[in-house]
Design a binder for this molecule. Structure first.
Ligand code: FE2
Length: 213
């Protein structure tokens, strides 16, 4: 449960600066896609959040059990670390979320995923190729940083089962996010396609929270 006794909550946040948004243009391709079209680019870092401090950890891999992610689980996945310009801005986002809204009392190990989902021509982009899922953490926060020339990308939340009761369904716009209790809620976002046939993208930040104290 979140501090407000909800299993999920939606929220708005201040837009990143142009400098931080521009870092999405320099992400590396995700090497672990099962697709000819490279529809996802990403960076990843972990940190410890305790009190009002956030301490970034050294480079690490991202691992999910195959039970949680049939698409890309069961292997260590390596991604470039977040760059400083992006890190500096997500710190304030994370601390304000934790302290003001959701789960103030504990310390967490967090994983910060900076993701760009791309589409173009007749190529779709798949934000969640594994389908409705849990990620194996306490909380997952999904932030839409920017959208350009896309349709689709509808985020759905389901209670307790991948095909459970639909409790939220919305196309998140820039500055909009949802946070879910990952033990209770399955999350999913539908594919995106280009509105006019040229390049389109959806820039996201997904933060996982695992309680350590
Ligand atoms: Fe997820």
């Amino acid at each position: 449960m979140l501090d407000n006794n909800l299993q999920f909550d939606s929220f708005h946040f201040d837009s990143l600066t142009i400098e931080a948004l521009d870092t999405f243009n320099y992400l590396e391709k995700d090497q672990y896609l099962q697709s000819e079209f490279p529809f996802r680019e990403r960076a990843f870092s972990t940190a410890i959040v305790s009190g009002n401090q956030l301490t970034w950890s050294g480079p690490t891999s991202f691992y999910q059990d195959k039970n949680l992610n049939q698409y890309a689980g069961g292997i260590d996945r390596f991604f470039q670390p977040l760059c400083d310009a992006f890190r500096n801005e997500v710190v304030s986002l994370i601390l304000s979320q934790r302290n003001e809204r959701f789960f103030s009392l504990n310390s967490y190990e967090i994983g910060v995923h900076q993701l760009r989902i791309l589409c173009e021509d007749d190529q779709m982009g798949y934000p969640v190729p594994e389908g409705p899922h849990q990620d194996g953490f306490d909380f997952v926060a999904i932030h839409c940083m920017n959208i350009f020339n896309t349709s689709g990308g509808v985020t759905s939340l389901f209670s307790h089962l991948p095909d459970g009761e639909l409790v939220f369904q919305e196309c998140l716009n820039a500055g909009q996010g949802v946070i879910v209790d990952d033990r209770e809620i399955f999350h999913y976002t539908s594919p995106i396609s280009s509105i006019d046939g040229t390049f389109g993208c959806r820039d996201m930040c997904v933060i996982t929270y695992k309680r350590i104290l």
